[in-house]
Design a binder for this molecule. Structure first.
Ligand code: MG
Length: 497
């Protein structure tokens, strides 16, 4: 860790639990409103020794905060799918319920920070082209206690990517980051789509490798899943230039049931683009066919082009950061093509599709509930007290930063603090369209910045007359050495503090 501060804490020595997952501690619960404050008793003592008065700590909590009932967030139990009619004109939705089942609250982990947390985008921040960004491994260690303050910080992952079971993606991420990542701290692009499983009968699932997305959709509870491959198998003329492989022929469903049915007997009630298309031409053709059909009935054509079923994309990223030196086209590009070509081939009639994922605020609200449950189940923190600050680390201004800033504007209880890294989509030296609160080189810098900023709050509150100021290395060093930082010199690369 590059911080110039070096406090020695009694609780949670640096290095403890660094390789493992975030696990609940077996320590009995401490009597305090803030386990974070407990963990920092030694730090505050040190600050006092250095002449910096400690901030006031609220000590008036009760054990009720940790009762099982306190973790049964009523809104988290709402598994009713939201209807298309609930969508706003721009395709946004109210947040669906969290996918995580009712938590069992463990004892409070005394080493855990209870007033701040982190959330991470994955591609371009932690992983690029299937390989971990080197600093990401160090960043995870820092969150798990290997930092100058010996604290553990709760964190979740929020990616627009998908195409695999959440459990599978977590397994991959665990190997890449050398930690244990749980589905309880992970949201991918199609995770919120599970809320629709009981709403629709036959659905067209698009994207991903082979049969994976069909299986994911069926795992979510969708009852009748068809894919573009199934339709091509039934009528090869659907996509003139696409030939199914033998494997695909074997895997795809026989929609005609041996000649007993016709494609026109099938009515698609909704289209879900779960993951990036592996064959844009045929997927585009089939999505448009359904969009221009009579009520989703295959092989029909609406005269008014107003009868198609709803179409949902798991996110709207036009670009993403892959192994290539330049960014690659993502699902948002396909969405734009679908809407544009629909208009071009429907006499100018517009097609309104819907997108989940970042930057939709509903996705951040979904993440908020997941984070609350994760903090409760893993660290024993009460869901009634949300973190005061969530640091979101991303590489894409248009989704990560835009969404975080929008969530920050909407959220009353929690500050959502956007941090942009230079290891992905954002091109260093350019002015991002959506401005982060902080620009850093890597995710490790982002984690260090957040932790130091929180520590600085403890030291700066009295020193600044109650105002909270983010401190840089020099300011922290000044505090550690017993000097008064020059707050006038503090600055941010974009002057957004
Ligand atoms: Mg990214």
């Amino acid at each position: 860790m590059s911080s110039s501060v070096s406090f020695s804490l009694a609780a949670g020595q640096p290095g403890s639990g660094s390789q493992g997952p975030q696990r609940p501690s077996m320590h009995p619960r401490q009597i305090s409103s803030s386990s974070f404050a407990n963990a920092f008793d030694a730090a505050r003592t040190k600050l006092n020794e250095l002449g910096v008065q400690e901030p006031e700590v609220d000590e008036d909590d009760t054990d009720d905060m940790l009762s099982p009932s306190s973790s049964s967030a009523s809104d988290s139990d709402d598994d009713s799918p939201f209807s298309p009619s609930e969508g706003s004109s721009n395709g946004e939705y109210s947040a669906p319920a969290s996918p995580i089942s009712a938590p069992i609250t463990p004892a409070v982990d005394p080493d855990v920070a209870d007033n701040f947390a982190f959330a991470f985008d994955i591609d371009g921040v932690l992983v690029r082209g299937g390989r971990p960004i080197p600093e990401a491994i160090e960043a995870m260690k820092a969150l798990n206690g290997e930092n100058d303050f010996g604290i553990k910080v709760p964190y979740i992952f929020l990616t627009n990517g998908g195409g695999k079971f959440e459990t599978e993606r977590c397994r991959d991420l665990s190997q890449q980051l050398e930690i244990e990542v749980s589905p309880g701290q992970f949201i991918c692009g199609h995770t919120p789509m599970r809320q629709f499983a009981n709403r629709y009968g036959t659905v067209l699932i698009v994207g991903g490798e082979g049969e994976t997305c069909r299986k994911v959709a069926e795992g979510y509870g969708f009852r009748d899943v068809i894919t573009p491959g199934d339709i091509i198998k039934a009528n090869a003329h659907t996509a003139p230039f696409r030939r199914l492989t033998d494997t695909e022929q074997g895997n795809c469903r026989d929609l005609l049931e041996g000649g007993k049915k016709k494609l026109s007997d099938i009515v698609v009630e909704a289209v879900f683009v779960f993951a990036d298309s592996r064959d844009w031409a045929s997927d585009l053709q089939i999505i448009l066919d359904v969009a221009q059909s009579k009520g989703g009935r295959l092989e029909t054509r609406s005269e008014t082009f107003t009868e198609g079923p709803p179409i949902y994309f798991s996110h709207n990223d036009v670009l993403w950061s892959a192994a290539h030196e330049h960014v690659r086209l993502g699902m948002g590009a396909l969405r734009r093509i679908v809407e544009t070509v629909f208009e071009d081939t429907s006499g100018g009639r517009k097609l309104k599709t819907h997108a989940f994922g970042k930057p939709q605020v509903s996705t951040f609200e979904f993440a908020t509930r997941l984070l609350q449950q994760w903090r409760a189940t893993q660290h024993g923190l009460t869901e009634a007290n949300p973190p005061r600050t969530v640091y979101f680390v991303g590489d894409t201004p248009e989704s990560d930063i835009r969404g975080t800033n929008a969530m920050n504007e909407k959220c009353k209880d929690t500050e959502w603090y956007s941090i942009l890294v230079k290891t992905g989509v954002y091109q260093p030296g350019t002015e991002p369209k959506y401005k982060p609160r902080k620009l850093v080189d890597t995710v490790l810098d982002a984690v260090n910045h957040g932790i130091r900023r929180e520590m600085a709050k403890l030291g700066s509150k009295k020193s600044t007359g109650g105002r909270m100021l983010p401190l840089d290395d020099a300011a922290l060093k000044a505090i550690a050495e017993g000097r008064t930082p020059n707050f006038e010199l503090l600055e941010d690369p974009f002057n957004y503090v």
